[in-house]
Design a protein around this ligand. Structure first.
Ligand code: HEC
Ligand code: HEC
Ligand code: HEC
Ligand code: HEC
Ligand code: HEC
Ligand code: HEC
Length: 171
């Protein structure tokens, strides 16, 4: 009888403990889930609300769909509002295209960025940015390391402003 009661109680207790463990709040850090579809925020952010209340569902969307409301170059543009990794992923550029081996991802050097980006074209594209073109300067020429300003896993920064006051919006 006693053995039987324990036999029933133990699994019940285990289930209870497990249930408690599962209902703990999800860990704060979002997952860098390489398999997640880019518009599926919850696949990585879980319960964390990363979009304003009432925002339309973005699951299944790519950047061109976002652009209907977040037009490039407008106040609503997404550059600077999401870490760069998102902006690449929403364009269909996945983790492996920057990192290669995903088993041991490490920093991605400037040279890797240049395998897709072209400095001359970039300098031309931002020639009219005020107050200065961020992609060319008397100090670094056209070769400033992209990662000084653009961050893929954190908010981008304005490297020049250690010394200057340039009002850049860095995507
Ligand atoms: C049907 C229109 C619409 C679509 C499509 C849309 N959004 Fe939005 N989004 C809005 C509106 C409206 C706001 C609130 C106003 C604002 O901040 O631009 C907003 C705000 C945001 C914000 C917060 C901006 C901030 O300043 O903090 C993010 C991030 C965002 N959207 C991401 C996305 C992404 C990523 C997609 C595509 C996967 C997307 N949105 C598609 C309408 C849209
Ligand atoms: C556009 C290129 C790019 C894409 C796309 C990208 N990364 Fe990265 N990743 C970087 C760079 C650059 C660094 C160096 C640190 C930084 O800038 O945050 C880095 C660093 C890392 C690191 C190691 C250092 C750290 O900060 O922990 C990991 C792990 C990582 N990335 C995983 C991923 C995963 C997983 C994805 C896809 C969900 C991804 N990355 C997408 C460029 C990229
Ligand atoms: C596999 C190709 C590829 C690699 C590698 C890559 N990018 Fe990109 N990136 C693109 C494409 C395509 C676009 C969209 C077209 C454009 O703006 O040039 C883009 C857009 C961008 C943008 C503009 C984002 C926006 O929405 O405003 C920045 C900034 C950027 N990349 C920086 C980097 C940096 C820094 C690295 C290296 C850590 C990097 N890219 C690596 C393909 C790549
Ligand atoms: C000094 C900081 C800084 C550095 C370093 C930097 N950028 Fe930028 N980048 C910016 C700013 C600011 C913008 C937004 C310009 C604007 O307002 O249109 C930008 C915009 C971009 C865009 C979008 C251009 C467009 O008009 O569509 C791309 C792509 C880009 N950068 C890639 C790179 C790459 C690749 C490198 C490395 C060769 C790099 N950047 C180095 C600050 C920087
Ligand atoms: C592939 C997984 C993944 C997807 C999908 C994803 N995110 Fe993220 N997001 C991250 C990670 C991881 C970070 C923290 C920076 C890093 O490590 O790259 C982050 C950071 C952010 C940040 C910066 C603030 C913060 O909480 O750190 C915002 C805003 C954000 N994400 C919004 C979104 C929105 C909006 C969507 C859906 C349109 C989305 N994310 C989809 C993984 C993801
Ligand atoms: C470590 C400090 C420092 C950093 C970082 C720095 N600068 Fe400068 N910069 C200076 C100094 C000092 C001068 C010369 C004095 C002056 O004219 O302001 C100068 C002059 C200039 C000039 C010529 C004068 C002018 O204002 O037209 C330009 C253009 C310029 N910097 C652009 C940049 C850009 C773009 C960046 C970021 C990619 C940058 N600087 C980063 C210190 C810096």
């Amino acid at each position: 009888m006693l053995v039987n009661a324990i036999g029933r109680a133990v699994p019940a207790l285990l289930a209870l403990l497990l249930g408690a463990a599962l209902s703990l709040p999800a860990s704060a850090a979002p997952a860098r889930n390489a398999k997640a579809a880019p518009g599926d925020c919850a696949a990585c952010h879980k319960a964390e609300k990363v979009l304003p209340a009432g925002h339309p569902a973005t699951k299944g969307m790519k950047l061109d769909a976002c652009a209907q409301c977040h037009a490039p170059k407008s106040e609503q543009a997404l550059g600077g509002k999401l870490p760069g990794m998102h902006l690449h992923q929403l364009r269909g550029i996945g983790c492996a295209q920057c990192h290669g081996d995903l088993k041991k991802p490490t920093e991605v050097a400037h040279d890797k960025c240049m395998s897709c980006h072209d400095t001359a074209k970039l300098v031309e594209k931002t020639a009219n940015v005020k107050p200065k073109n961020p992609h060319t300067s008397p100090h670094y020429g056209k070769d400033a390391d992209c990662n000084l300003c653009h961050h893929q896993h954190a908010k981008s920064e304005n490297y020049c402003n250690q010394c200057h006051k340039f009002e850049f919006k860095v995507p």
